[in-house]
Design a protein around this ligand. Structure first.
Ligand SMILES: [Zn+2]
Length: 353
């Protein structure tokens, strides 16, 4: 079979280390941005890291405007685009968690600008990926391919100070690669959907590496946090290589997207995805107990109760997950699970009582 050319865009620079925020001016200059940048940050994270970045940019005599992202919506992306057209920055610097980074990713892509990712938490793999997930007004999730960050500056000191729950959530998003890769292989066998084995292996390697480092992560040691950050970045790179989110997002993600749609108060992305991974591993006849034990040890939820979501919604989400992104073929198949099968699955894995 002949395939067309496969184009891969990767970050130019990835830095993981201590005290990096104060060097942000240097990094901008090294990347060729000397005049003017636009910093995107969140209302809370502004005080934690955003303001520091702005101060250090000023010290480096780089003109920096800023924009506070309150909601990650398409309207906000358009607002940011307007600001870009007004201010005409050389690059966007996204200081925050996934929401800020997603908005920066899409707005910069649409305006043909590079962006620099400065994650303040290790809560999911969007910090380095080319894909964006935003919600429409009716809560339906939309995943788009935009561009990977030109550089990722991950300050370990800042990320270590983030709430412990965010780190546990990052572990959920990483363990998900076990089932995501199985789903990708299944989609190739059943649907002939090609996804390069190198990208799949890279995603899998990240998951296995993090699972091996469970002690370090459970203790919240710096080595553990670094391992997790590097694994999340590797997953972003795997998506860039694949040109899609396939290596990192399978049925466990569909389950999480379904919960986002129906649960009155959804949990964090990585938390839901982690619980989804337990159940999808069961369907794939993998060692789901190991997944559950890993999540438990890093302090991530493993049950509906711990997610803070009513058991009813967990079962319902399992029955509708296959419809959330119909083109993403997974172990859930085209018709999904019946109510009885979903209930049995959630009970067998102890997700519901
Ligand atoms: Zn994810």
């Amino acid at each position: 079979m002949r395939r067309g050319p496969h184009e891969i865009r990767l970050p130019m620079k990835i830095v993981v280390g201590n005290g990096l925020l104060e060097k942000i001016g240097n990094y901008c200059r090294k990347l060729g941005f000397n005049e003017k940048v636009l910093v995107l940050t969140g209302p809370h994270v502004y005080y934690v890291a955003g303001k520091t970045v702005l101060d250090y940019l000023e010290d480096s005599r780089i003109n920096a405007d800023y924009f506070i992202v309150k909601e990650p919506t398409f309207d906000v992306v358009e607002e940011v685009q307007e600001v870009i057209r007004e201010v005409r920055p050389e690059t966007l610097v996204a200081v925050g968690g996934g929401k800020v980074i997603d908005v920066a990713k899409l707005a910069s892509f649409r305006e043909n600008l590079p962006f620099i990712s400065v994650p303040t938490a290790a809560s999911h793999d969007g910090i380095a990926s080319p894909s964006v997930s935003l919600k429409r007004r009716d809560r339906t999730p939309v995943s788009l391919m935009a561009q990977p960050p030109m550089a990722i500056i991950a300050d370990v000191d800042v990320i270590m100070r983030a709430p412990s729950r965010l780190l546990a959530s990052g572990c959920g998003d990483i363990v998900a690669k076990l089932t995501a890769v199985r789903d990708a292989r299944l989609a190739y066998m059943i649907k002939g959907e090609y996804c390069g084995d190198y990208a799949l292996s890279l995603a899998l390697l990240s998951a296995k590496h993090v699972m091996r480092s469970v002690d370090l992560i459970a203790r919240r040691s710096e080595a553990g946090v670094r391992t997790l950050i590097e694994a999340l970045i590797s997953c972003g790179v795997a998506m860039s290589i694949a040109g899609s989110s396939r290596p990192c997002s399978g049925s466990e993600h569909l389950f999480s997207h379904a919960l986002d749609l129906i649960a009155p108060k959804p949990a964090l992305h990585g938390e839901q995805v982690g619980v989804g991974t337990i159940m999808m591993a069961y369907l794939h006849r993998m060692n789901w107990r190991r997944v559950k034990e890993f999540l438990r040890r890093v302090g991530a939820p493993t049950t509906a109760k711990e997610l803070g979501i009513d058991e009813y919604y967990v079962v319902e989400a399992l029955t509708i997950a296959h419809k959330v992104k119909p083109r993403r073929y997974t172990i859930l198949g085209e018709t999904g699970l019946t109510w009885e099968a979903a209930e049995r699955l959630a009970k067998a894995t102890g997700v519901i009582e």
